[in-house]
Ligand binder design. Structure first.
Ligand code: FES
Length: 183
């Protein structure tokens, strides 16, 4: 899956936090039980390098995004160079390179969904979450909304993803109901 508005994920102005990729302090992830989780994971792969994608997922799960420090930690535990890890992180759009809201909302606006009103769904999310702009995190840090390319449900416009949850046939009118049920 690719994002349409990657500037929103990379521009300092579009995040509600400090400069992207950097943080004032960093808590290592691979300690205690998470280290054991990684060790178990490594038994399933032929090389440490092969476990790079799931290791990055663990970093993102624990911190909500993958910072430069997170990349460095992964590089260290997998015996890779930070540059190699960064190359992978920047290639895959599902890794967040700056903090995002608790709910990361992806809306398909590719043509088939576009002609069915996807842009109005995007507007409804931006207004009702108070994020205001694509890629910007809402003032309460709960929501980040982006547009993405085809989510593979073209017959069910407009499909969206909220974190791992896939929701079809979203309309501007259903946005408030969807947001209301988020804890
Ligand atoms: S174009 Fe929107 S899901 Fe395919």
């Amino acid at each position: 899956m690719s994002t349409k508005n990657m500037g929103g994920l990379e521009s300092p102005d579009m995040a509600s936090h400090d400069s992207p990729g950097h943080e004032t302090s960093y808590t290592p992830v691979f300690t205690g039980d998470v280290r054991k989780e990684l060790d178990t994971l490594l038994t399933r792969y032929p090389t440490k390098m092969a476990a790079l994608l799931p290791a990055l997922w663990i970093i993102q799960r624990e911190h909500g995004w993958v910072s430069e420090n997170g990349m460095a930690e992964v590089a260290e535990v997998l015996d890779l160079t930070p540059a190699y890890v960064k190359g992978v992180v920047t290639f895959y759009t599902m890794y967040h390179q700056h903090p995002v809201g608790k709910y990361f909302i992806q809306v398909c606006t590719t043509s088939p969904c576009g002609v069915c009103g996807a842009e109005d769904v995007v507007k409804a999310f931006l207004q009702q979450t108070k994020a205001g702009e694509l890629g910007v995190t809402s003032p309460d840090n709960k929501y980040t909304v982006i547009e993405v390319e085809c989510l593979g449900a073209c017959g069910f416009a407009t499909p969206i993803m909220i974190n791992e949850e896939f929701i079809e046939s979203v309309t501007p009118d259903s946005v408030s109901t969807i947001l209301a049920r988020l804890p």
